[in-house]
Write a new protein. Sequence first.
Length: 309
Amino acid sequence: MNEFDLIQGYFNWKLNDASIELGVGDDAAIFNLDPGHQLIMSTDTLVEGIHFFKDASPIDIAYKSLAVNLSDIAAMGGVAKCYTLSLTLPKLDKDWLEQFSTSLKESSERFRVNLIGGDTTRGPLNITISMMGSIEINSAIKRSGASAGDDIYVTGSLGAAALCLKKINEGVKPSESELISLNKPIPRLELGSALRNIASSCIDISDGLEQDLSHILKSSNVGAIIYSDKLPLDNSVSNYVKDSNDWSLPLCGGDDYELCFTAGKSKRKKIKELSEGLKVRVTRIGVINNQKELEIVGYNGPKSSYQHF
Ligand code: ADP
Ligand code: MG
């Protein structure tokens, strides 16, 4: 099997989106945007040993590579449409490729996105997905729109993925639900796009709430106060915090892939309705102010969110 057989065999799927004119197989793909819409795009790389363990399942790697990219589109309020896959593989392992490809195809169907191209090379295992979507002109939710008085919200719950990672690193067996938090984050696509014209700013939490909220504050030139006792926690994280009094997992732990967004007080009712309608937990955790810094009530530990360098 050569590189071209590999692409044909594992990554050339039937397209199921009429707006895609040309997918895998030519020098570039073509897709059409609806009138009045902008292209919105984002890229994320997963590297063996950094983003997943050496023996990680190809099923989980494929799902997460897609989910983290979808999460970025969700944070902007966009609708994800199609993506490219740049795959660097140490060797041609048919069993690995079969599992990876099947999982990626199933996840793509679940989130209604199409693979339209990519690149295949040999080297240390590395998966880069570039996700493209569309959004009505001038309606993307940027990091820069928060203003004093806005409420701060987070979706889902925080810290379970970080707790799972901590347990694995300490040789403790994580629970099934903790493993799902780490390996199967759910991109908040529907909520993200419903928040257009409601949220004033938004970010997805990949490196820890403290750091990611700080990006909103810096971009918007504002400060904030949040309350650690208001953070939404699963039972396992809540028990961990009670036992250890260590809030760093939900505040600074990475890999949550929940949305953190801000919105004016007049939007409270609308946000509650969206949360109920879409069945996504949404929790108000604090408020934006003019202080130019992030105050976390109930926490004075180190601010140690994830950094690559
Ligand atoms: P080129 O040399 O012109 O860049 P390639 O030989 O790299 O083309 O790729 C041939 C076709 O296969 C292109 O359409 C490319 O987008 C697609 N492709 C390559 N690798 C992948 C992959 N891992 N997944 C999906 N499509 C791929
Ligand atoms: Mg190429």
